[in-house]
Design a binder for this molecule. Structure first.
Ligand SMILES: Cc1ncc(COP(=O)(O)O)c(C=O)c1O
Length: 426
């Protein structure tokens, strides 16, 4: 009786395993990635590289330029496109002269390389970072921070610190105030808090000037729909923003203000009725995978990691008893080939060839990562695997120069911005 029970259990288990067995999938590179693979075999450095597809980037620039609401300006988010060459290309093709910066070494590099742009900070920097900026600004540099830089200030304490620095340096700082329009990442959340800040600024015109507001709204569309609709979240964010603008106009009479807000996921929500005078966008132009959003459906992925295959192994070999890898590969047809690639563990997803999968049991590696696939994935040593970054800001900094490619050629090599000071200025 007991033996019959055991047999039934085993049979049921085997049946379930067969029923759950994955279908084989995978395919070689399509024509697009095949062309990139051939280019890199001919001209690539034989290590992981970051490719920018110029045709796609330029189409994205045109889409962005044409979809910003009439009358609103566009500010390009430098941290998401962290390379002077890339930023120059984008600024020219979007007809923008405004940049948003988030990191002091980038800020100095932007001021040195793009002196004709207006730069707004996207986060409030510690006073020491602001002091470093002025110290490293080359004497006589064409970039004039008193005219073209807006520091972001979130509290009266920080305003007092910056005022002290402006007095010490004998300069005037343009002050943009950070608003909390619902993201709850800091900034002013009550328009009444404005009065004291604006009074401090108005009382010291030799050192301070009120330049406007920045209220980032990346929370729109992320609030669970059962709690609040995206339309309602947007309406609340805009009405908060409006309340600040009205109070500032009433008390300071300020007119030509920079009223910045939005980002890739939300800029299209700001129509003619929005209180913003400009929207900030960066990531959409390269469309990393985290930006696969309905509102950005027409944008094309334009950045890829390409890395050579170092080793090809038929089957799956895992450390430990040999039968374990063999059994897994016998059951799962998508574990029948193993590829070790140059590098790995990036914030990125494999896109070509289709059907490549990490192996969590083997573990991940930033030196030589293992990828598994079915027999349909016919990669050889020195072929390239292509991955799509999930975000751009950190990933783009990991490969040295960006390779800007078009029509089977490397058209430009763009160094990335320095993550630490490169000794600019004095
Ligand atoms: C203040 C601010 N504005 C705008 C953006 C939008 O940048 P992106 O378009 O690259 O998402 C960000 C992104 O973090 C941000 O922090």
């Amino acid at each position: 009786m007991r033996r019959r029970h055991l047999l039934w259990t085993l049979a049921a288990g085997a049946g379930a395993a067969l029923w759950l067995r994955p279908d084989p999938h995978g395919a070689p590179h399509d024509a697009y990635f095949d062309a990139l693979d051939r280019l890199l075999r001919a001209e690539g450095p034989g290590r992981p590289v970051l490719l920018i597809d110029l045709d796609r980037l330029e189409r994205n620039c045109a889409r962005l330029r044409d979809s910003v609401a009439p009358g609103k300006a566009l500010r390009i988010v430098a941290k998401s496109l962290p390379s002077i060459g890339l930023l120059r290309h984008v600024l020219a093709r979007t007809a923008s002269t405004r940049v948003m910066a988030f990191h002091q070494p980038f800020l100095n590099a932007l001021a040195a390389a793009l002196p004709a742009t207006d730069i707004l900070l996207g986060k409030p920097l510690p006073l020491a970072a602001a002091a470093t900026f002025y110290r490293e600004l080359a004497p006589g540099a064409p970039f004039d921070p008193a005219r073209s830089l807006q520091w972001l200030i979130d509290t009266p304490e920080r305003l007092a610190q910056y005022q002290g620095l402006a007095r010490t340096l004998g300069t005037r700082m343009r002050i943009n105030l950070e608003l909390d329009v619902g993201l709850h990442r800091g900034g002013l959340d009550d328009p009444r808090a404005l009065d004291a800040l604006l009074a401090t600024i108005a009382a010291d015109p030799a050192h301070l000037e009120f330049a406007g507001f920045m209220g980032y709204d990346a929370h729109i569309g992320r609030v669970p729909a059962v709690l609040e609709s995206p339309a309602r979240t947007l309406a609340r964010a805009q009405s908060t923003y409006r309340a600040f603008v009205e109070r500032a106009r009433a008390s300071a009479g300020a007119t030509a203000l920079t009223l910045n807000g939005a980002g890739s996921p939300t800029y299209r929500l700001h129509g003619p009725d929005s209180p913003l005078t400009e929207v900030a966008v960066g990531s959409a132009l390269l469309k990393p995978a985290d930006f696969d959003l309905d509102l950005l459906a027409d944008f094309e992925p334009a950045a890829f990691i390409a890395t050579p295959v170092l080793k090809v192994i038929d089957g799956l070999q895992l450390p430990g008893p040999d039968w374990a890898g063999r059994a897994w590969a016998a059951w799962d047809p998508n574990r029948r080939r193993s590829f070790f690639i140059y590098g790995g563990k990036w914030m990125a997803r494999c896109v070509s060839p289709a059907g490549l999968a990490d192996n969590a049991l083997y573990g991940s590696s930033s030196n030589q990562a293992l990828l598994n696939a079915s027999a349909a994935v016919d990669l050889a040593v020195d072929d390239h695997v292509f991955l799509r970054p999930t975000q751009s800001e950190a990933v783009l900094l990991q490969f040295g120069e960006l390779l800007a490619v078009r029509a089977g050629r490397v058209e430009a090599r763009w160094p990335v911005l320095p993550a630490v000071d490169a000794g600019v200025g004095g």
